[in-house]
Design a protein around this ligand. Structure first.
Ligand code: ATR
Length: 290
């Protein structure tokens, strides 16, 4: 039985382990966020950072499945390679083509992707309860864009426009989203006139590129004149907490959604998969405030 306490839970033979597999892990907020959550709920779990090379990944994953692990997170550069090491892959993670969370039950491993769900929950928490019937424009076509596009398509977004520096990658992602069954995605080139036109018909703008991330704090993925006041503007960059894009959007009167929310809610979704408990999101957010 668990009790609420702020005292560290002693590590003993009943302790369930979870962890983060990636390399390098130096900057990760996940250990602090999850360990604080376990501690607050009095759950006998411990979250460990585990640096692992690509060559050792399969061996480490096989070893972990035989130990007292409830599961683990996976980060750069192993989110795709880990899929070959698992027993089952959840359909959404399969569509995304990457896994960031693994559960282990009776020695069997299942891979999930909570990045897109984390983003959707962060939108919800910021007062945007559903993407159903919404038109979304995504800047970028990398791993994060893929997770968000697939998840929002799954959740019923009417239109998903993907705009990327390398246009061929935007076309590939748009095609992959449409292959999932709903013909809702299109790709556009990253030129001002095309973007301005698309943004007039957009409800939610999401930056998934790294532009604006510290130390490039003064950069924005789009020019100020393209930001229109009817938009909900989201940035998945969380350092700085208020990016240049979000500052400009705020000044125009747009509603904004900060990147820290996606980080917390993807972790909260992993926490729920491992423990079966709702995650204490406010506590997790406080544990990682940059
Ligand atoms: P993540 O997993 O965080 O999504 P990623 O897969 O490396 O990271 O993707 C980064 C995205 O940011 C890509 O869409 C990239 O555009 P390209 O496909 O053209 O490389 C985009 N990006 C990064 N730096 C950029 C820049 N300076 N200008 C425009 N787009 C940029």
């Amino acid at each position: 039985m668990s009790t609420s306490t702020d005292r560290p839970t002693p590590i003993d033979t009943r302790t369930k382990l979870v962890g983060l597999l990636g390399r390098p892990l130096g900057h990760s907020f996940s250990p602090a966020m999850h360990n604080r959550a376990f501690q607050t709920l009095g759950l006998n779990y411990c979250y460990l950072p585990i640096e692992v090379t690509a060559e050792d990944l399969a061996t480490v994953a096989a070893g972990i499945a035989k130990m007292n692990f409830a599961g683990y997170n996976v980060t750069i550069p192993h989110k795709i390679r880990i899929m070959d090491c698992l027993d089952t892959i959840d359909p959404l993670a399969q569509a995304i083509g990457a896994v960031n969370t693994v559960t282990i039950r009776n020695g069997r491993t299942t891979g999930y992707n909570t990045d897109g769900i984390g983003f959707a929950h962060s939108l919800e928490a910021a007062g945007e309860p559903s993407v159903k019937n919404k038109s979304v424009l995504i800047l970028g076509a990398g791993g994060a864009a893929r997770a968000i596009a697939m998840t929002l398509a799954d959740q019923g977004a009417t239109r998903i426009v993907i705009c990327n520096r390398t246009e061929s990658k935007a076309c590939d992602l748009s095609r992959d989203v449409n292959r999932q069954g709903r013909e809702c995605a299109t790709a556009i080139p990253m030129d001002a006139a095309t973007m301005a036109k698309a943004l007039r018909e957009t409800d939610i703008l999401i930056n998934t590129t790294s532009i604006g991330m510290h130390p490039q704090d003064q950069q924005s993925p789009i020019a100020n004149h393209l930001i229109q006041s009817h938009l909900v503007v989201c940035d998945i960059v969380y350092n700085p907490p208020l990016t240049h894009l979000l500052k400009m959007a705020q000044e125009k009167g747009c509603r904004i959604v900060r990147g820290i929310g996606m980080l917390v809610y993807q972790g909260a979704a992993s926490f729920q998969l491992w423990t079966g408990r709702d995650a204490p999101v406010d506590i997790m957010r406080r544990a990682i405030r940059p």
